[in-house]
Design a binder for this molecule. Structure first.
Ligand SMILES: C[S@@+](CC[C@H](N)C(=O)[O-])C[C@H]1O[C@@H](n2cnc3c(N)ncnc32)[C@H](O)[C@@H]1O
Ligand code: SF4
Ligand code: SF4
Length: 330
């Protein structure tokens, strides 16, 4: 074959099960799709397995124009050592949208028109456990190295949450990544933390009940903090990360940030994630609508205070790049 060939590690290793489709990656709206509008139908596995190979066939200089990966940040030049894997090493699960919280910044709110779900229930779209059984049977999941990422919606109101975790444990999994608003305590998460088998992340985004209500439209600050304390007690608090997503005019000030960091210190959280609203990271042309300049100071304040308190601060590469470029002029 002549001309350049491209490769994507996400395409090779990741399977993402969203409520509206099963696809390659969670890069957004683009990327190869394994099954459109999946609703629990019988899957033709030969066709399913062929999607990856076909997608790689499009990653050549002559075909890239027509590839669903065209223009993606993750594409790189293919090396002779790159081999297409028959299995996936990461599975992203977001096959439901129900949530018992109403974060004002969440894109889910657009889909669900602000609906808050209080009772635990099935996904409105499809069940994951039967699909997992088939994926294992088809040898599509790399049991030894599998990273099982469960997102949502929120697990607090998903009946299938614990059965899914048990299905992974029964069939082979390396580690879990679980996101939750933390409003409902999950004993199985505590067990995974105690075994050091999970990266558990929650977005608290504030240090007071008043601000929590403004951000999340439910009065559950106390429950959320109590559950964090329970998870952090024991020998593996490093399995837990708590996010602070900066939302303009609400928690974008040093006073609130300080309250949050002090609270994290007092309940034994050792890892926080500093994040800015996706609206700025993904959907705004920052050359036209600038990032608020004071985000730079807030970022530096977080860094300094976390350092003083011995708390690890994580920042997503792209968010850090944006802050440095547009708020700190670095
Ligand atoms: C849609 S949520 C689902 C999981 C779970 N309900 C939770 O909130 O952790 C997935 C992740 O996206 C984050 N998120 C949602 N909206 C965001 C936004 N506008 N900017 C940055 N992160 C956002 C959430 O904080 C969460 O960590
Ligand atoms: S190149 Fe981009 S869009 Fe294509 S599979 Fe990789 S991450 Fe997804
Ligand atoms: S808890 Fe998660 S899914 Fe629910 S509204 Fe907040 S960010 Fe969205």
């Amino acid at each position: 074959m002549s001309g350049k060939q491209y490769f994507c590690d996400e395409l090779n290793n990741v399977l993402s099960c969203f409520h509206d489709r099963i696809m390659s990656c969670c890069s957004g709206q683009i990327g190869p799709v394994y099954y459109e509008a999946y609703r629990g139908q019988k899957i033709n596995w030969d066709e399913f397995k062929a999607v990856k190979q076909k997608a790689f066939d499009m990653l050549t200089e002559e075909n890239i124009e027509n590839s669903p990966c065209k223009g993606c940040y993750f594409l790189r030049e293919r090396k002779p050592t790159d081999v297409i894997s028959p299995t996936f090493k990461t599975i992203n699960i977001s096959h439901w949208t129900q949530c018992n919280c109403g974060c004002i910044y969440c894109a889910r709110m657009l889909d669900s028109k602000g609906k808050i779900t209080y009772k635990s229930q099935k996904s409105e779209y499809y069940d994951m456990v039967p699909l997992l059984k088939q994926l294992y049977k088809q040898k599509l999941l790399d049991k030894e190295n599998l990273y099982a990422c469960i997102q949502g919606g929120d697990i607090s109101v998903l009946k299938e949450f614990e059965p899914m975790v048990k299905e992974f444990l029964k069939n082979g999994v390396h580690r879990f990544y679980i996101l939750s608003n933390n409003i409902v305590y999950q004993p199985i998460i505590k067990k995974l933390i105690d075994k050091d088998m999970v990266d558990y992340t929650t977005s608290l985004d504030c240090g007071t009940p008043e601000l929590y209500y403004k951000l999340k439209r439910v009065d559950k600050f106390k429950e959320s903090v109590e559950n964090l304390k329970k998870y952090a007690s024991g020998k593996n608090p490093d399995c837990i990360a708590v996010k602070y997503i900066v939302i303009e005019h609400i928690n974008d000030n040093i006073e609130e940030a300080t309250k949050f960091i002090n609270l994290m210190e007092s309940i034994g959280i050792r890892k926080i994630e500093f994040m800015i609203d996706n609206k700025y990271v993904m959907f705004t042309n920052l050359e036209e609508k600038p990032l608020p300049k004071h985000y730079g100071g807030l970022y530096l304040h977080f860094k300094q205070l976390c350092k003083e308190k011995g708390i690890k601060m994580q920042v997503w590469d792209k968010a850090e790049y944006i802050i440095k470029k547009y708020a700190l002029n670095l």
